[in-house]
Design a protein around this ligand. Structure first.
Ligand code: AMP
Ligand code: MG
Length: 390
């Protein structure tokens, strides 16, 4: 039986990074940049006004000036005004590279074609050419997350089709004769399929695309015929990963041509976990219990998705446990927890976990605590996957 660290090493070794792709900027949200992006020009590319007001000759003092014209945003810069002259300008108006000082509209009174200025002109109100970056400077490095700020920065330097990480396509098969769709009332001995919405949401959070979804019984033949024609980067099979008479995931994967690299992992929850590969395609058999599902997805599936996408794996944060520590176990335990910031520290509260089918703590969970066989003594490693906001 492999340890969690050994399964991670296996995933890192067996999963290859898929090629990056060039996509329209508006489709890049949530992906990672796959190459450095540089400034295409100096930024700003030309000197611009930061205010509405007037451009005067350099070193102009308070006094009366003749308004000789205006430069609206979008017009080319005019030559610097001569002494005693003023040019009406606006926020964003182009300015000559030198020879001007600006005054704000609020410090002036306009009288016909003259303006009375009550302050000295200043160059502090000019956004000078290249004052932010020079052409060729790297503005964003490969690996950066494409959030709203990154999208705006890329737009400003003309990146209409940035090179970004691929979207990982997925097939999810939920197995078990006891499962009924969420919209149905389960009959005797049956339960609702809560893993399918869970997996769909976890995939969406990871930026992966759920291409195909199917539900089936424990029949290996049926699963193989459903899954055979469905192609995706990642195949996830819920349930049937263990060693019971009706646990057929290993057999299904073998019949589909996958090589099984791991069938059990020394962790709690989640002992039955299958990791398999068929060329560049990756598959996981996840234990059916919902809590095991949640934990195994965060520990293993997410790592494979990140690896396929070319992302670095998520890191641990050191947190302090508040309240009663969960009881240790000979197997390494991954305990769902709520981590929050408190007076400059990260503090974790362990969430309820009565057994591996217990979903009640999961809505609150934003981390998994890594609890070794010796239990917790002071700080504990947490794998953070959600926002710290309460
Ligand atoms: P299995 O891994 O198939 O042995 O299932 C272990 C437990 O998880 C059983 O109690 C199943 O009923 C339950 N289970 C399996 N699949 C799901 C699912 N999609 N949604 C909720 N519970 C499930
Ligand atoms: Mg089952």
């Amino acid at each position: 039986m492999l340890t969690v660290d050994e399964v991670w090493a296996l995933i890192d070794r067996e999963v290859s990074v898929l090629p990056a792709e060039s996509v329209p900027l508006e489709s890049a949200l949530g992906r990672r940049l796959a190459e450095d992006v540089s400034a295409d020009t100096d930024i700003p590319a030309f000197s611009r006004s930061a205010i509405d007001g007037f451009a005067l000759a350099s070193d102009s003092q308070p006094g009366r000036f003749r308004i000789v014209g205006e430069v609206r945003p979008g017009m080319p810069a005019s030559p610097p005004p001569r002494s005693g002259e003023a040019l009406k300008i606006f926020t964003g108006s182009a300015l000559p590279e030198s020879g001007v000082a600006l005054v704000m509209l609020e410090d002036t009174v306009t009288e016909g074609d003259e303006v009375v200025v009550s302050v000295a002109g200043t160059t502090r109100l000019v956004r000078s050419r290249a004052s932010q970056s020079r052409a060729g400077d790297v503005l964003l490095s490969a690996g950066a997350s494409m959030g709203p700020g990154a999208m705006a920065l890329l737009a400003s330097v003309g990146q209409a089709r940035p090179l970004v990480s691929p979207v990982i396509t997925t097939t999810h098969f939920s197995s078990g004769s006891e499962l009924v769709p969420v919209s149905e009332t389960p009959g005797a001995g049956c339960i609702r399929d809560s893993n399918s919405p869970l997996v769909a949401a976890l995939l969406a959070e990871a930026g992966a695309e759920l291409l195909h979804h199917a539900r089936g019984s424990e029949s290996v033949d049926e699963a193989v015929s459903v899954l055979e024609p469905l192609k995706a980067d990642l195949l996830l099979i819920s349930g049937g990963a263990s060693v019971g008479a009706y646990d057929g995931t290993g057999e299904i994967l073998r019949r589909l041509g996958f090589v099984i690299h791991c069938a059990r992992v020394k962790s709690r929850p989640g002992k039955p976990l299958i990791f398999a590969a068929r060329g560049a395609q990756i598959a996981f058999g996840l234990p059916g219990n919902p809590l095991s599902h949640f934990v195994c997805f965060h520990l293993f599936v997410r790592r494979a998705i990140d690896r396929l996408s070319g992302f670095t794996p998520r890191k641990f944060l050191s947190v302090r446990l508040s309240g009663t520590p969960p009881a240790p176990d000979p197997r390494e335990t991954w305990w769902p927890a709520r981590v929050r910031g408190e007076a400059g520290n990260l503090v974790a509260v362990a969430l309820p976990w009565r057994d591996s089918s217990d979903l009640t703590g999961l809505p609150e969970a934003n981390a998994l605590l890594r609890i070794g066989s010796a239990g917790i003594n002071g700080l504990v490693d947490a794998l953070l996957f959600g926002s710290l906001e309460s």
